[in-house]
Design a protein around this ligand. Structure first.
Ligand SMILES: [Zn+2]
Ligand SMILES: [Zn+2]
Length: 241
């Protein structure tokens, strides 16, 4: 957020964080109802594995299981990654405000929006958030993925497990790194406190944004190594590439 926007927010706190118009009687904090309604949901064909949107609307008409080049080259450890929206426009702003201002009260409505956009194909046994390292948790004050996972667990009626998958290594924020660096950065960063508890279980793993998928993929590797039957990743948003 620019310095000018910070001043505007301070002077006119009732303005939408994205379009700056008066927030009116919006049902959610920080965004007007128009911008909230303008979130870009993921539409059209996507890679059935990683959820990457395909350019052509016909991409999957002949072979619905056709995966993107990246997934064929390096099959991910998770079974499927679903994203509710594209990381752009007002959704991107909402995630930014939620995470960095931070505005925790956006967690619930964002989780509801996220779950409204996707359909789970098979029953799942537990919802897990991508964990934060305790050091980052202290800095940020909350785990943005945990609040989303909490909302998703309620909406889907699946038990939430937030204390099994933990981050054991403090890593640099992924946003500062390139694609290959991201994979190396998170290697060995996660650990299961009770690995037996995920054996033969189908896990829904939640995070806010899918960029390269390196973090979710590493979490999925740990879960699969412990015998998880399936790992489905769900994020609020993903980048379009
Ligand atoms: Zn607005
Ligand atoms: Zn893919």
């Amino acid at each position: 957020m620019s310095f000018l926007h910070r001043i505007l927010d301070f002077l006119f706190p009732a303005n939408c964080s994205f379009c700056r118009s008066p927030i009116g009687n919006s049902a959610v904090p920080c965004l007007c109802s128009q911008c909230w309604g303008d979130f870009s949901a993921v539409r059209g064909p996507v890679c059935p594995s990683c959820g990457r949107p395909f350019g052509s609307p016909e991409a999957l008409s002949h072979s619905p299981e056709h995966e993107c080049i990246a997934c064929r080259k390096h099959p991910p450890h998770y079974d499927q990654a679903l994203a509710a929206g594209l990381f752009e426009g007002p959704l991107r702003e909402a995630i930014h405000v939620y995470k960095y201002r931070p505005v925790r009260s956006l967690g619930k409505p964002l989780a509801t929006w996220m779950t409204d956009q996707v359909r789970l194909k098979a029953p799942l046994d537990m919802v897990m958030p991508v964990p934060l390292h305790t050091k980052r948790l202290r800095l940020r004050g909350f785990n943005q993925a945990l609040l989303l996972a909490h909302g998703a667990a309620e909406c889907f009626n699946i038990p939430l497990v937030y204390d099994n998958l933990v981050r054991v290594r403090y890593t640099r924020p992924q946003v500062e790194l390139s694609g290959q660096e991201r994979t190396a950065n998170v290697q060995g960063a996660f650990h299961l406190v009770r690995p037996d508890a995920v054996g033969d279980k189908r896990v829904l793993l939640i995070d806010d944004v899918y960029t390269t998928g390196a973090t979710m993929n590493e979490c999925a590797r740990v879960l699969k190594d412990a015998g998880a039957a399936a790992v489905i990743v769900l994020t609020l948003a993903r980048t379009s590439e």
